[in-house]
Design a protein around this ligand. Structure first.
Ligand code: FAD
Ligand code: SF4
Length: 475
């Protein structure tokens, strides 16, 4: 008889369930009447089932797809062993905000796209597992309480979005005295004012921000840098040894068509801020009406557009049209967001572009004139250019129009910081350490790359923290 321990057979693609474990969701008919979270998260049983689908590959492709190179098989292995604390530690090592990223990262274009199982089956539900672990940690009240040795250096962060928060987290752990200055009355950046509660509850962001405060990060809201004081003043008069700029790309873009001065036209950021940050969705309990009508046309088909459409439904709009000049194939929104918007009743008009807004006698939008488009030759971005079809004009009887056409850099920092180099679109230029042309001034996130993603902004914030520590040491 052979007493040698039996070698565990390596799992292959044939051994696993072909489909991702489904995530429970609120029913579409019910959820479009409330702001509660749509995706409810895995139970422990579901998470264990999904973790079993990971092949724990020798050469895991998923890591290459993750912008911050999380040890994905490592954390999933710990989930499968029910060692959630260790799984959380692995996630936290590379991702400062796993509960946020588990909810909003475009995994289908990142780690799940490159996951080996995706060649033949559904990819492993990496995002759903990440969210499960992060939510489990929140429920258990796990916090990292590192020993911090003060290094006597003072660093200021301008902007409290994911880039600023991630940068602040790494710097405070390294012993710096960190102060975040935020223009709005609440910290969180787009996570708070842009992404609605039903995708990312504010409570989740607040827990992450409170954890930073407990580590010693000071946050000063209602402070517009460039207006109350400038960056040169911060470095020369306020005693900061370095400054990080993570001001995002929040300036709206317009289509430059007739009628854009009418009432009832919003930029998506203004619209979403009124609802999310100013509690417009709690009117009349909160005295902040949004001022929208009941027939809403949203222009664009990215995540911001999907948020504006779905918020409109929840605000009681009778009709919500999503109008986009290309096709669903070119739409930049996450697949899940498009799917949810369709389920909830948003009506999509592909290959359609607005050409004019028409108003009533009181100066309010009463209709939007559009033209049908067809796809022509590829443009500089490699996508086929939309070309108007002559004589195809038609009207939407819309009383509210929301522009979600992308955003631009806000010029306030560049305009008040002599010597700061920006590119032709106004985005700040940085070197490989995220340092700008001004020594000691660093930048990262959307203000450097243009509108991107939460994980990329966070990654840039952490890269800048490394750069700042190197700069301070050399200084
Ligand atoms: P921001 O999050 O924009 O934060 C910048 C902060 O700086 C803001 O709080 C701003 O008030 C503050 N600020 C600006 N100027 C000053 C100043 N002069 N002084 C002081 N403070 C200032 N990405 C995803 O990965 N998944 C998604 O599902 C997703 N959905 C999105 C939905 C919407 C509606 C929007 C608008 C974006 C979405 N994104 C999504 C993109 C993502 O949120 C951004 O790429 C990311 O937030 C950028 O982070 P940031 O820290 O660079 O800037
Ligand atoms: Fe698991 Fe997919 Fe990564 Fe392989 S590529 S380790 S299956 S998540």
């Amino acid at each position: 008889m052979n007493d040698a321990p039996e070698k565990k057979k390596k799992k292959t693609i044939k051994d696993i369930a072909p489909e991702k474990t489904a995530i429970p969701e609120q029913d579409p008919k019910k959820r479009c009447t409330n702001f509660d979270e749509v995706a409810l998260g895995y139970t422990e049983e579901m998470a264990l089932k999904e973790a079993e689908r990971c092949l724990d590959c020798k050469k895991p492709k998923c890591i290459d797809g993750c912008p911050v190179l999380i040890d994905i098989p490592g954390f999933i292995r710990e989930v499968a062993k029910k060692n959630y604390r260790r799984a959380f530690e692995i996630l936290k090592k590379d991702n400062a905000l796993p509960a946020v990223c588990g909810r909003v990262c475009p995994q289908e274009a990142q780690c799940e796209k490159t996951c080996i199982t995706a060649k033949k089956l559904d990819p492993v539900g990496i995002g759903r597992l990440e969210r499960f672990v992060a939510d489990w940690a929140i429920k258990q009240g796990w916090e990292d309480a590192p020993e911090i040795t003060p290094n006597g250096k003072k660093v200021a962060i301008v902007g409290s979005g994911p880039a600023g928060l991630a940068c602040a987290g790494d710097l405070v752990r390294a012993g710096c005295e960190v102060t975040i200055y935020e223009a709005l009355h609440m910290p969180g950046g787009v996570l708070k004012y842009g992404i609605p509660e039903f995708r990312l509850p504010n409570e989740v962001i607040d827990i992450e921000i409170d954890a930073l405060k407990k580590l010693g990060v000071k946050i000063e809201c209602d402070k517009i840098i460039g207006r109350i004081f400038t960056i040169p003043q911060m470095m020369e008069e306020k005693g900061f040894d370095a400054v990080f700029v993570g001001t995002g790309a929040g300036a709206p873009r317009f289509a430059n068509i007739p009628g854009e001065n009418l009432n009832g036209l919003f930029s998506a950021n203004e619209y979403l801020t009124r609802v999310n940050l100013m509690s417009g969705y709690r009117f009349p309990d909160h005295d902040t009406p949004v001022g929208m009508g009941s027939r809403v046309a949203v222009i664009g088909a990215g995540n911001t557009a999907m948020d504006a459409c779905r918020v409109s439904l929840r605000m009681g709009a009778e009709k919500v049209w999503c109008v986009y000049r290309r096709t669903i194939k070119e739409s930049p929104a996450r697949v899940e967001e498009l799917h949810h918007a369709m389920e909830e009743g948003v009506e999509f008009h592909w290959l359609t572009a607005p050409v004019a807004l028409h108003g009533d006698e009181n100066g309010w939008v009463k209709s939007m004139e559009c033209m049908k488009m067809e796809l022509g030759e590829p443009d500089d971005s490699g996508r086929r250019r939309p070309v108007p079809i002559g004589g195809s004009n038609f009207m939407f009887e819309a009383d509210t129009v929301v522009y979600a056409l992308g955003t631009n850099a806000n010029p306030i920092i560049a305009g008040t910081t002599p010597g700061l180099k920006v590119n032709k679109w106004g985005y700040i230029e940085v070197d490989e350490n995220q340092m700008t042309s001004v020594p000691g001034l660093f930048a990262g996130g959307d203000i450097v790359t243009g509108a991107a993603t939460v994980i990329l902004a966070m990654g840039a914030g952490r890269q800048a923290a490394k750069g700042i520590l190197g700069y301070l040491e050399a200084k």
